[in-house]
Design a protein around this ligand. Structure first.
Ligand code: TXA
Ligand code: MG
Length: 340
């Protein structure tokens, strides 16, 4: 199959979004941009198309998909009941990078929810995603558009790296603004729980819901979210995450680089200001702060792989606000973690 690349920055935008919507309605898979990462979409009401998602990604069948909606009205049809908290969250964070887990309705097939009685729903905020969802006229089930186990795609080129020739089309909407996947919040428990941290932070959710919110810890046995038990986001290179004060991180990087460089290609991923201390090393800039680090992280992993780096020394950040999501993804990719 030849994967069509549908641009959205030029005068063909409308035509290309319509073409993508048509493919989805026909049961094909189309990758599309969201503000978090690119998604791999299928019509939620077409079980054959949904099964294709699992096949193409190599995704374990027990890992359910997020359903993307154009309007909050569509949620009434997908969920059995809407808790009061849902209304509060929708008013404040939707559309946006927040996914909410609710009890599912009969309308949702077992393929989408991997046999669970719940469903994850999100209303993305990216203009191309919104236009596509509106044009398609049906909710779209979509995981991140990467091969299972690879870092999520934040550019159309990443989608093609993993899925070229395996899907009907990718809508190219440029790089994603946020760069890590949405916050997943489970509202089916007695107390809401963050299953996956993201750009809607624990602090913001606690403020809006006026309650303490737990963050699920990664567990391999009976995790609250099936996705938690799978190793994720890992580049081919070994990733060593170093956490601590910046000065100590630099010393640790120097030491590690010196001891490993004879046998392996060692690269550094860190914020811009630290990179000039490593002039003769393959480096990738995470930008100026924790928000840009989140935006750049997955591109950095892929860029280091393209440069055949064997070991990535990666700067850790404080785990507050967006730092919680950033460090969650970094640790999932890490083979080793050091505190200095
Ligand atoms: O930002 C995002 O969320 C992106 C874009 C495309 O929307 N999507 C995404 O999907 O990251 P995916 O499939 O890569 O991650 C979905 C996560 C998985 O960890 C999955 O286990 C969890 O959400 N999930 C889905 N349905 C669930 C459910 N009913 N209960 C608990 N966790 C669920
Ligand atoms: Mg994913």
């Amino acid at each position: 199959m030849k994967t069509r690349i549908l641009k959205t920055k030029d005068r063909n935008r409308r035509r290309n979004i319509k073409a993508a919507a048509r493919l989805l309605r026909k049961g094909e898979l189309v990758a599309f941009p969201t503000e978090t990462v690119y998604g791999l979409g299928a019509n939620v009401f077409d079980p054959r198309a949904v099964r294709k998602i699992f096949r193409v990604k190599g995704r374990p069948a027990d890992n359910p998909l997020i359903v993307h909606v154009w309007s909050i009205d569509q949620v009434h049809f997908l969920a059995r009941s809407l808790p009061v908290m849902f209304g509060v969250l929708a008013a404040r964070f939707m559309p946006g990078p927040l996914t909410v887990v609710l009890r599912k309705s009969e309308a949702v097939s077992k393929e989408v929810s991997s046999g669970l009685s719940t469903i994850a729903i999100r209303q993305p905020d990216h203009p191309v995603a919104r236009a596509l969802l509106k044009e398609a006229g049906v909710p779209i089930a979509a995981p991140s558009a990467n091969l299972s186990g690879k870092p999520s795609p934040t550019k159309a080129a990443h989608v093609l790296e993993d899925l070229d020739g395996k899907i009907a089309a990718v809508l190219d909407g440029g790089p994603c603004r946020i760069g890590v996947e949405s916050t997943v919040l489970d509202l089916t428990r007695r107390r809401p729980m963050i299953l996956r941290p993201g750009a809607v932070t624990q602090e913001e959710l606690e403020e809006v819901l006026e309650t303490r919110i737990a963050v699920a810890r990664n567990r391999r046995v009976r995790p609250p979210s099936p996705g938690m038990k799978y190793a994720h986001y890992a580049p081919k290179a070994e990733v060593i995450v170093v956490e601590g004060k910046k000065g100590e991180i630099v010393s640790a990087f120097r030491h590690l680089h010196r001891t490993m460089k004879r046998s392996r290609i060692v690269g550094v991923m860190a914020e811009e200001s630290l990179l000039r201390l490593f002039p003769s090393v393959p480096t990738f800039s995470l930008g100026r702060d924790v928000v840009s680090a989140a935006r750049n992280l997955f591109e950095g992993f892929r860029a280091m792989d393209r440069r055949n780096v064997n070991v990535i020394l990666c700067q850790g950040f404080p785990e507050e606000q967006m730092g919680l999501a950033l460090m969650n993804r970094m640790r999932k990719a890490a083979t080793r973690r050091l505190r200095v």
